[in-house]
Design a protein around this ligand. Structure first.
Ligand code: NDP
Length: 357
């Protein structure tokens, strides 16, 4: 057990997931050194500095994933590394430069720095279900033994970046046999309350449903998990001595139609939720055709996921790390309330914030 009062390095500390992770680590009594791309904007780190325990036990340093030796010297005195930083966007101009390079170079730089730092006992890497599959087989339940072998720079490049980064990490461990061990967390779509006003790509799915971005109900089934559970998974991966290998971190899978109904029945019916059902074979065929008019990354995602429910077996993380997941329907409703609180919802019919009025 790497337990009491560890000093934990968290890369990408201002991120959606990492902000909750920093909070949970401080709450558990650990010391945290968080890296951010730049410390120039105090507003971007204000929520971290305001956390309970931050005055005494939180230190922030700068590190850019693309800088040579990005984390060199930054880990001195740390016991554990949590590498969460990686660009998370489906649509980019240059997939190699904007996704793959920071994901892979950043991971390698972190592992090199961990090797050069005596005292590091464990590295916890935030991978993704993107490294497991980018085109679900209907009816198949995926687990830690599955690897994404189909993504490329041209096809679902975010998925490709996560697959290459996780592969690079396991290869590094195989070749270098470091003094620390590697544990990998593979979350599904992460939603939940945000500690900042930034709209994360994954919470953006719920915002898009409420804002009328989706004209119809697609035959999409999302595997989802609460951001607080993902943070807890990282903490448990550190604290559980026997933790090993990859851990699928997904609470449940939920069809788009169920998400829409849930929101409609719980006070969000005044927003622009889709009502026309395209969740049938003809609708899927039409939606795949229309996907070619979408930005490249979004279109690829739709073509590989429409009509193909994505399901995961989360037995390993529950059994080995003792993680219990919040019910995803409660998290969806909390996410909607949080989006409203941060002003991300604009599609309320008849409301003063309705841009179409
Ligand atoms: P965020 O976009 O909120 O966080 C990403 C973090 O990575 C930010 O802190 C960002 O810093 C940092 N980052 C990106 N590029 C660089 C760079 N070149 N140099 C330094 N830092 C950089 O996303 P999430 O919190 O959702 O994602 C965190 C991790 O979880 C990622 O590895 C992502 O792939 C993974 N993940 C996320 C899922 C989700 O649904 N949200 C699902 C599965 C995995 P900055 O703020 O400066 O841009």
């Amino acid at each position: 057990m790497i337990g009491d009062m560890a000093t934990v390095f968290v890369s990408g500390a201002t991120g959606f997931i990492a902000s909750h992770l920093v909070e949970q680590l401080l709450d558990a009594g650990h010391r945290v050194r968080g890296s951010v791309r730049s410390l120039k904007d105090p507003a971007k780190v204000a929520h971290l500095r305001a956390l309970a325990g931050a005055d005494d036990r939180l230190e922030l340093v700068e590190a850019d994933l693309l800088a040579p030796d990005a984390f060199g010297g930054r880990l001195d005195g740390c016991d554990v590394v949590m590498h969460t930083a990686s660009p998370y966007r489906l649509d980019v101009r240059d997939p190699q430069r904007d996704l793959v390079d920071p994901a892979v170079q950043g991971t390698r730089a972190m592992l090199e720095a961990a090797c050069a730092t005596p005292g590091i006992r464990r590295v916890v890497l935030t991978s993704s279900i993107a490294a497991i599959t980018d085109q679900p087989d209907r009816g198949r339940v995926y687990d830690e033994t599955d690897w994404n072998t189909t993504s490329s720079l041209q096809r679902n490049p975010y998925y490709y970046s996560k697959t290459l980064a996780e592969r690079a990490a396991w290869q590094f461990v195989e070749e270098r046999r470091p003094a620390w061990d590697l544990v990998v967390i593979n979350p599904s779509v992460v939603i939940g309350p945000s500690m900042t006003s930034a709209l994360n790509t994954s919470n953006g799915i719920i915002a898009a449903l409420l804002n009328g971005t989706y004209p119809v109900i697609f035959d999409l089934t999302w595997a989802m998990v609460d951001v607080r559970d993902v943070a807890a998974a990282h903490v448990r991966a550190m604290e559980t001595a026997a933790a090993a290998g990859r851990y699928v971190c997904s609470a449940d899978s939920i069809p788009a139609r169920r998400v829409v109904t849930l929101l409609r029945e719980n006070g969000y019916d005044a927003y622009r939720l889709p009502s026309i059902g395209f969740d049938n074979p003809v609708g899927t065929w039409l939606a795949k055709l229309a996907s070619w008019t979408q930005p490249k990354g979004i279109g690829q995602y739709l073509r590989t996921h429409l009509g193909a429910p994505l399901r995961f077996d989360n037995t390993k993380i529950r059994r080995e790390l003792g993680l219990e997941f919040r019910p995803i329907e409660s998290t969806i409703l909390e996410t909607a309330a949080d989006l409203e609180r941060w002003g991300h919802l604009r599609g309320r019919r008849g409301g003063t914030s309705d841009p179409l009025r």
